[in-house]
Design a binder for this molecule. Structure first.
Ligand code: SAH
Length: 256
C-alpha cells in the first residue's frame, strides 16, 4: 500500500485565500482546538503580565482557581460576530452602546484581588456583556450584577442563562446604590470608573470583605483600588496601578 503523504487519510488540498495559495492537510477546521490554542495563548500573555507587574504583595501569580475560571468561559460567546477572530486577544473590545468588554488581563487581576470563596456572594456593578459576570459565577456561590443600560442587561441575562449560569441575580439600575436586598456582600467589583468610592457599596460590604474598582484621580487618569473593610468596620485602601475604564454614569436606567 503506498505510504500516505499527508496523513490521516485526507488528501492534501489547496485553497486560494487572500494571502495567496494556502495548503492544508485537512479541509476540516477543528474550531474547538483553535479556541483552546487561542485561550492558552491569552492565558500565557496574562500570566506573563502578572509576573512582570505583580498586583499583590503575597504572590506574583494568579490564584489557580482564577486561571481555571477564565479557561472555562468562552470569550467568543460575549462578542459580536465581526469580532469573533479577536475574542481571545488580550485587549478590550467594543460592545454595544459605546461600552467595552474589559481586557482579559484586567478582569483576571480584579477578580484575583477579590479572593473569592466558593460560598461567597459577590456584587458586580457594570454587567456589560456579562463576560466578567460569568468568571465570577465560576468562582462564587452567588453573583448579583447591576447594569444601568437596559438592553445590555437583558442581552447579558439571556446569554448567561443560555450558557447555563443559573446562580446570577440581574438588576437594571444605577449600581451606585448597590443592592440592599442581597447585602452584605463578601466582595464587590465595579467595572466603571467613579470620582470617589460610593459610600453605599462600602456599607454593603461584609467586614473582612474587599471592594475592587477603578477611581478617577484627575481628568482621564484612573487608578485601580482595593478597599478592605476591617472587622472593626474601618477601611483600608490600596492603589494597584493605573487603568482606563468607561465612566460610572448616574441616574435612571437608560433604555435606548
Ligand atoms: N464587566 C463588563 C465591563 C462592562 S463596561 C464586561 O465584562 O463586559 C462597564 C459597564 O458599566 C457598562 O456596561 C456600563 O453601562 C455600566 N455602568 C456604568 N455606570 C453604571 C452604573 N451607575 N450602574 C450600573 N452599571 C453601570
Amino acid at each position: 500500500m503506498p505510504k500516505q503523504k499527508w496523513g490521516v487519510g485526507e488528501p492534501r488540498r489547496t485553497f486560494r485565500g487572500s494571502h495567496g495559495i494556502l495548503a492544508c492537510d485537512s479541509p476540516r477546521i477543528d474550531t474547538g482546538n483553535l479556541k483552546s490554542v487561542a485561550m492558552e495563548a491569552m492565558l500565557s500573555d496574562i500570566n506573563m503580565l502578572v509576573q512582570c507587574h505583580p498586583h499583590r504583595s503575597d504572590r506574583n501569580a494568579l490564584d489557580p482557581r482564577v486561571v481555571e475560571a477564565i479557561r472555562k468561559v468562552p470569550r467568543h460567546a460575549f462578542v459580536g460576530l465581526r469580532l469573533q477572530n479577536e475574542a481571545y486577544g488580550n485587549y478590550p473590545l467594543p460592545i454595544e452602546y459605546e461600552q467595552t468588554i474589559s481586557q482579559p488581563y484586567i478582569v483576571a487581576v480584579m477578580v484575583d484581588l477579590l479572593d473569592i470563596g466558593e460560598e461567597d456572594t459577590i456584587l458586580e456593578i457594570g454587567t456589560g456583556c456579562g463576560y466578567q459576570t460569568a468568571i465570577l459565577a465560576e468562582l462564587a456561590g452567588t453573583v448579583c450584577t447591576v447594569e444601568i443600560i437596559r438592553p445590555l442587561a437583558l442581552q447579558a441575562k439571556e446569554r448567561l442563562r443560555g450558557l447555563g449560569y443559573t446562580d446570577i441575580e440581574f438588576r437594571i439600575d444605577d449600581g451606585y446604590a448597590g443592592w440592599e436586598d442581597y447585602a452584605l456582600f463578601d466582595g464587590i467589583i465595579v467595572t466603571a470608573a467613579a470620582a470617589s468610592i460610593p459610600a453605599p457599596l462600602v456599607q454593603q460590604l461584609t467586614p473582612g470583605g474587599r471592594l475592587v474598582m477603578p477611581c478617577v484621580v484627575k481628568g482621564e487618569d484612573q487608578n485601580l483600588i482595593v478597599l478592605e473593610k476591617e472587622c472593626t468596620g474601618s477601611a483600608h485602601v490600596q492603589t494597584i496601578f493605573s487603568v482606563r475604564f468607561v465612566p460610572l454614569t448616574r441616574g435612571r436606567p437608560r433604555g435606548f
